[in-house]
Write a protein that binds this ligand. Structure first.
Ligand SMILES: Cc1cc2nc3c(=O)[nH]c(=O)nc-3n(C[C@H](O)[C@H](O)[C@H](O)COP(=O)(O)OP(=O)(O)OC[C@H]3O[C@@H](n4cnc5c(N)ncnc54)[C@H](O)[C@@H]3O)c2cc1C
Length: 389
């Protein structure tokens, strides 16, 4: 057993920390969050470091798939908020890893090299107004025209984060009778600016690297070649959605939670040594000392959970139980960690000029997004064969 982080990962962390200090000062991260806006120029600079190649094989222009390194990258980016971590995920995970796992040869040849260079962003069009965790009940329809060459899409996707900055919406459509649930679902790559698409923003509290939106599809026509996996994968969307890519998906949002919790602990640790009350630094008051070391201890446990699952994924091993365990454990504990850190800052933890209030807004989304905590517990119980009746 070896818990040492490889030199390559330490180098990656150092490179990213220097990059963020230089290119994305805390004030700018705060400004971007307030405006829920994306800086394509900054993302392009990040891509020059080669990090979007970490989820693309060399034959498609990447540096070879290294899930562990990509997860380290997300953790480091998330320490400076979600303004770069978000788009990175939309490119390297929503885009590259999904296509690598599920795309047709033609889709891989055309899109993976561009994803490796960071030139494309994908948004997820999965949730709907009445469809949350139960994605198999999706109602947005996809109709294959008689000549088999065109898919026509109708309906509304909700919470489609980044639709305004994305090139493609990775859209789950009902391609047959609703009773069939898991059968007759398909995934389609819909160009985000296709005719018939209307995007409206949803004002929201956390993960504000871009607007999250409603996307309304009104007779949106897409070539059947855009069915994920190719025309022959029509009606085969569910196994692609619930397969290995979903396991890795859980790790990516978990890495965001870890990065936010880690920087919250660092900020609180520092603040407690500077703030004086009752004649001493507040880190000298036992209540604050205990809050801080409990937070650090829980953070260490979160890190082990995430990196064990990411290590399994990197080895190409089954990690469906471990990734659900990590998603549940880290999301739940990260909320507790960040709220404890906010308390260390007292009133300043609520001030807009301090990052802590953003950490709180971001972290409270974590047990909800990327498969809610309850859904992770259901997955774990089912995967471990615990009888439900
Ligand atoms: C900031 C943000 C960004 C998002 N971005 C995207 C995006 O880009 N693309 C996208 O498709 N979606 C996105 N979502 C939606 C997100 O994926 C959903 O919120 C999530 O899937 C849960 O769905 P829901 O909120 O509708 O909750 P529901 O599914 O309605 O669940 C409500 C509550 O009931 C619980 N529950 C439901 N079913 C069960 C069950 N069987 N057992 C136990 N408990 C259950 C849930 O855990 C939850 O606590 C985003 C959400 C947010 C907040």
């Amino acid at each position: 057993m070896n818990f040492d982080e490889g030199e390559d990962l330490t180098l990656l962390r150092d490179t990213l920390r220097r990059f963020l200090d230089r290119e994305l000062p805390r004030e700018e991260a705060r400004r971007l969050d307030a405006a829920a806006s994306h800086r394509p120029d900054l993302f392009a600079k990040l891509c020059e470091l080669g990090v979007t190649g970490l989820t693309v094989p060399e034959e498609y222009g990447g540096s070879g798939v290294d899930i562990l390194a990509a997860i380290v990258c997300i953790e480091e980016l998330a320490r400076r908020g979600t303004s770069l971590a978000g788009p990175y995920i939309h490119c390297a995970f929503y885009g590259a890893l999904n296509l690598l796992e599920n795309g047709s040869d033609a889709q891989k040849r055309e899109l993976l090299p561009r994803l490796a260079r960071g030139e494309l962003l994908f948004a997820y069009g999965l949730s709907e107004p009445d469809v949350g965790g139960d994605l198999a009940s999706a109602t947005v329809t996809g109709r294959l025209e008689d000549d088999g060459a065109t898919v026509v899409i109708n309906g509304t996707k909700r919470w489609c984060t980044g639709a305004r900055i994305a090139d493609y919406i990775y859209t789950l459509v009902r391609s047959g009778p609703a009773e069939d649930r898991y059968r007759n679902l398909s995934l389609v790559l819909v160009p985000a600016r296709a005719a018939g698409i209307t995007i409206t923003d949803i004002d929201h509290t956390g993960l504000r690297y871009s607007a999250t939106t409603d996307v309304i599809f009104d007779e949106v026509r897409v070539p059947a070649a855009n069915v994920v996996g190719g025309r022959e994968k029509w009606h085969h969307g569910w196994p692609m959605l619930a397969g290995r890519s979903l396991d890795i998906e859980k790790l990516e949002i978990t890495a965001v939670a870890l990065g936010i919790a880690a920087i919250a602990v660092d900020d609180a640790w520092q603040y407690a040594q500077e703030r004086r009350q009752f004649g001493r630094r507040i880190c000298g008051h036992q209540a604050i000392r205990h809050l801080l070391v409990e937070a650090r201890t829980r953070l260490a446990a979160c890190r082990h959970m995430l990196y064990h699952a990411a290590w399994l994924a990197t080895q190409g091993r089954d990690c469906s139980v471990e990734s659900s365990m990590a998603k549940w454990f880290v999301a739940e504990h990260a909320v507790g960690i960040v709220l404890a850190c906010q308390r260390v800052l007292g009133a300043y933890g609520c001030a807009r000029d301090f990052d802590m209030e953003r950490y709180v807004r971001d972290i409270t989304c974590m047990p909800i997004v990327g498969g809610s905590s309850h859904m992770q517990l259901n997955n774990i119980a089912n995967r471990l064969g615990l009888p439900a009746k």
